[in-house]
Design a protein around this ligand. Structure first.
Ligand code: FPP
Length: 228
């Protein structure tokens, strides 16, 4: 059996479909999805997972209808403000990856305050991927290497200049809602990650579902291209 994953990454998919199946507006799905996100943060914290990285808003999500983008920004703002004290108390360090300079100022301010107030957290690092696209992140890393005067671009140099610099690669990637895609998420970091797909829509994803994913992961034979 593998030990518990130290880094879990999640593509939280299916909010819109979950809402549609109930004749609710898409925003209601995102709101329920934010509650699932909170429950998963607590569950990972309780299980001793060190890193949880959630895909909350992609580069491509800027193309959604403006009302939906505004609703997501408001939800994010509420999330980082209302969970700040709880995160501090539990030793959860809050971070983001992605080009957050594109976010509206009010969200950016709330995010930056939560990042600085939780910086000492040493139990769980909760990272939201926001305005995130992995190809853009890899380009940023190469530009940072060039700016730092690095002559030879090596995997280690790129690793050290990604938005996730200093994080271990994810051990387990979970994607909900029955889609079997990576969707420009952590392409570099997922090189040897175990992938887990479930048909459950994100708003309905439960602690029991998380445990099923972790149990499945623990039985996998991780060979990293070698023989067992
Ligand atoms: C994918 O579902 C989900 C998103 C694009 C946004 C994820 C956001 C949340 C879970 C809420 C905010 C999160 C936090 C942590 C505050 P979709 O809309 O693509 O669903 P669909 O594929 O069924 O349409």
């Amino acid at each position: 059996m593998n030990p518990l994953p130290s880094h879990i990454a999640i593509i939280m998919d299916g909010n819109g479909r979950w809402a549609g199946q109930r004749d609710l507006p898409r925003e209601a799905g995102h709101r329920q999805g934010a509650q699932t996100a909170e429950a998963m943060v607590e569950a990972c914290h309780e299980r001793g997972i060190s890193y949880l990285t959630l895909y909350a808003f992609s580069d491509e999500n800027w193309e959604r209808p403006v009302e939906e983008v505004i609703a997501l920004m408001q939800l994010l703002d509420e999330f980082v403000i209302s969970k700040r004290d709880k995160m501090k108390k539990k030793g959860i360090r809050f971070r983001t990856i992605g080009d957050i300079s594109r976010l509206p100022d009010f969200v950016l301010d709330s995010i930056n305050q939560t990042i600085s107030e939780t910086a000492d957290g040493n139990k769980l690092t909760l990272t939201l991927a926001l305005s995130y696209g992995s190809r853009a992140e890899i380009c940023r890393a190469i530009e940072r290497c060039q700016k730092a005067g690095i002559q030879r671009i090596t995997p280690e140099a790129i690793d050290a200049h990604l938005d996730t610099a200093g994080y271990p690669d994810p051990d387990l990637l979970i994607r909900t809602s029955g889609e079997h895609r990576i969707s420009n998420y952590l392409l570099w970091q997922l090189a040897y990650t175990e992938l887990y797909f479930t048909n459950t829509m994100w708003p309905e994803f439960s602690e029991a579902d998380l445990d099923l994913a972790i149990d499945d992961y623990r039985k996998r034979d991780r060979r990293y291209g070698r023989v067992s």
